[in-house]
Write a protein that binds this ligand. Sequence first.
Ligand SMILES: *Cc1c(COP(=O)(O)O)cnc(C)c1O
Length: 340
Amino acid sequence: MTVDLDWENLGFSYHKLPFRYISYFKNGQWDEGQLTEDATLHISESSPALHYGQQAFEGLKAYRTKTNEIQLFRPDKNAQRLQKTAERLLMPKVSTEKFIDAVKKVVKANADFVPPYGTGATLYLRPLLIGVGDVIGVKPATEYIFTVFAMPVGNYFKGGLAPTNFIVSEDYDRAAPYGTGAAKVGGNYAGSLLPGQTAHSEGYSDVIYLDPATHTKIEEVGSANFFGISKDNEFVTPLSPSILPSITKYSLLQLAEERLGLKPVEGDVPVEQLDRFVEAGACGTAAIISPIGGIQYKGKRHVFYSETEVGPVTKRLYNELVGIQFGDVEAPEGWIVKVD
Ligand SMILES: *Cc1c(COP(=O)(O)O)cnc(C)c1O
């Protein structure tokens, strides 16, 4: 059973669902955690999450299959990444078991809002870990909230997979060389709003960030990772301590090798050597795979496959990944977790 929503035209926007999960960390331990209908957080005005950015988030989706089952894609990897982020920001870890339990509870409680199979829409889940409590000095919180809420989101590509153009940010970095670029924290995003808005106003999908140390190598594509398909059938993606390790990207590296016979390569991607690629794309849970038509850099546009058509390798990767996520294509061992 699903509720009656315009599934085809959902977009990516907040939608208040009946239930979310919340758990409190006090006196050195997490409580049991429970579902609540209260969509408002009640926290101290002095919460370190508000003042010093001691907060982390995650993003994953629940998919409805052809046989009407609901499933998650590699949620253990989101749990592990949240643990790494927590380590970097001196926050208490949420165990993988607690994380997956919370996600499943939220999906089940809001199951009517998991979009029907075939619409391309999914239930997007947003786990959030924040430092709260009465602390005003620059030090870690003593109390924390772990919450998971959800909303149905639409197919990213309404008219089918289509390339868009991106522009290299020459004025701003997303993260410092050994800062928090590899941690999924809101602080990385606050600084990206301005360059992102400028790019959008100039007609680009988003900004491409170069490595903050030398500004010669591609690192991130807005809030997604970069990949290129080389003339020699390599799937190439940047490696750097300031990139957010995308679960989608690591899944594609594996699928590229095992299912498409490409050579997986993590290494430098000099922005002056884009000629080596015949196709390029951005990948992430929200973006899935977004084909990159062209990249604008120093007043010139480098076009990969085409500005209007998606390349054949990108398309095969997309079909493989999305097929696995919706249960139409056999998944590698352990990638799919059923809810129920
Ligand atoms: C979340 C995120 C990604 C994508 O990661 P996935 O695990 O694939 O969703 C890429 N870049 C940034 C900056 C992110 O925050």
